[in-house]
Design a protein around this ligand. Structure first.
Ligand code: ADP
Ligand code: ASP
Ligand code: MG
Length: 476
């Protein structure tokens, strides 16, 4: 079971999460994976960046605020002085470590990826002992475990990949004995460690991935991701208020939604369970009586093709082109070797048939680095006027229409674009993979909501389809 940031957002939430884990553990072996308390990771990163700029005081203020927030939650969870001071001392040691890391950063005025990982991981290292203590208060045996002991990764700080064989061995030797004696391990999400024991993080929002990595490592029967919404919805409920829960969805569809920005799942989450076929539930920790969404290898047909919509906003469109590139045969190759060299994740590619423009989309955080590298790569061609422009447009967004059964259903693209036309949404670029599991298109950022509303309505996504029989939950 993984509990996200809002599900452990304050003392009351932690108590609720503890109760959910405790109840499940009466019937099953349960391993808990926790995120940092909501908003904490952002603030830790802000502190690290303040330290990098030499602003010790501001970094210190962030830490003072975080200490207070954790102390308030802990005080409500552990009223008894002795227990409270034991956990408070453990948290204090973690805070002091963080403060020292920030001092060092401020001194050097340098924030390396390794230090950034060490600082941003503190939130999970703080929440795990608190959740474990809350489970202990309910009378269950429990132990807080740092995932540096379990999840072995490569050395790519900020987006490390798990090494599954080692992770499996560590999880068996460290977690299995706890489960066998009836204890509930509470593991820090988001983090792992290299072979040398250096802490790494799996990428922002990576606790979902931690849960499936550990679920796969331990051959779990199921993985439950507890969050603040009732499962995977037909669109982001913050943008489309009448979005509704999809009872069952395939790995493929869920991965596509996550990849194209549905924050409810980290994009890599399903990778870890792809071989094992373990069902992954997305459920609401604030309404545990609801079933939520079951993600299975096959999913469940809704008979209607489109299942859900999603959008990514923090992206930028980069175009390389001009009529002259027709005569430069390796422009495509060089463009994408360059994006690979700077490790920019390319989310969508579109090339016009006249070949005078290649445009692609990367996360805005990768955009400047990518454009700088492209300008360097093509400097000579630009000087010779073979490549006329390398441009960057940060005011766009990608919207994706997703559904495995869109395959073979003609007219989905037509209906999508007619609906957008009626809503006066201008389309900047279009891409459809050969899998036909999604159609994605680029619109101005200001048009995202209108695009989602129009397509949500067009495909009747707020209405339950008769073919969607309710699923059953084995844990209910
Ligand atoms: P957690 O802290 O539990 O990991 P996140 O904030 O990372 O939670 O993810 C949950 C949020 O994802 C929801 O509150 C919702 O706003 C957002 N979201 C975006 N798209 C979807 C979608 N299609 N279905 C459900 N939630 C979505
Ligand atoms: N706390 C981490 C983050 O905010 C990981 C997670 O919540 O999944 O990115
Ligand atoms: Mg999340």
């Amino acid at each position: 079971m993984k509990f996200g940031g809002t599900s452990v957002g304050d003392g009351a939430c932690i108590a609720r999460a503890a109760q959910i884990a405790r109840d499940a553990a009466r019937e099953f072996d349960v391993v808990v994976v926790v995120s940092a308390m909501g908003g904490v990771t952002n603030r830790l990163i802000a502190a690290a960046e303040q330290a990098e700029s030499g602003n010790r005081e501001q970094a210190g203020e962030v830490f003072a605020g975080l200490r207070k927030q954790h102390e308030t939650a802990l005080a409500s969870l552990l009223p008894q002085a002795e227990k409270h001071s034991r956990v408070a001392a453990a948290l204090d040691a973690i805070f002091r470590e963080g403060e020292r890391l920030c001092e060092g950063t401020a001194l050097l005025r340098e924030l390396t990826p390794r230090t950034r990982d060490a600082i941003s991981s503190l939130g999970e290292r703080l929440s795990a002992p608190m959740v474990s203590a809350a489970i202990g208060e309910l009378g269950a045996a429990t132990e807080s475990v740092e995932a540096t002991e379990l999840i072995a990764t490569d050395e790519f700080h900020g987006g490390a990949e798990p090494l599954m064989d080692r992770t499996r061995a560590h999880s068996e030797s460290r977690l299995r004995p706890l489960l066998e004696k009836g204890a509930i391990p509470v593991v820090t999400g988001f983090i792992g460690a290299t072979e040398e024991g250096v802490l790494t993080t799996l990428g922002r929002g990576g606790s979902d991935y931690s849960a499936t990595i550990l679920g796969a490592a331990l051959n779990a029967d199921e993985i439950i991701i507890w969050t603040d919404v009732e499962g995977v919805l037909s669109a982001d409920p913050r943008l489309v208020p009448d979005a509704r829960t999809i009872p069952e969805i395939s790995y493929r569809e869920a991965a596509e939604l996550a990849y194209f920005g549905a924050k409810v799942l980290h994009p890599k989450t399903l990778r870890a369970v792809a071989h094992a076929g373990i069902p992954v539930w997305i459920r609401n920790s604030f309404a545990p009586e609801k079933l939520g969404t079951k993600i299975t290898p096959q999913g469940l047909s809704n008979g209607g093709g489109v299942k859900a919509l999603t959008a990514i906003r923090d992206v930028s469109l980069i175009a390389v082109g001009g009529p002259g590139i027709v005569g430069v045969p390796d422009v495509v190759g060089r463009t994408f070797s360059t994006t690979a060299d700077v490790r920019a994740n390319v989310l969508l590619i579109s090339q016009s048939s006249s070949q005078n423009d290649i445009c692609f989309i990367v996360a805005s955080s990768d955009a400047k680095r990518t454009v700088d590298a492209l300008r360097k790569e093509f400097a000579r061609d630009v000087a010779n006027e073979k490549v006329e422009h390398i441009t960057l447009d940060p005011t766009i967004a990608i919207v994706a229409v997703v559904g495995e059964n869109m395959r073979g259903i003609p007219g989905v693209a037509g209906r999508t674009f007619s609906a957008l036309g009626r809503a006066n949404v201008n389309i900047v670029a279009i891409a459809q993979g050969s899998s036909e599991c999604n159609i994605s298109f680029v619109v101005a950022e200001k048009d995202v909501k209108a695009a989602l509303d129009a397509t949500h309505r067009e495909f009747g996504l707020s209405v339950q389809k008769a073919s969607e029989s309710p699923v059953t939950a084995s844990h209910d």
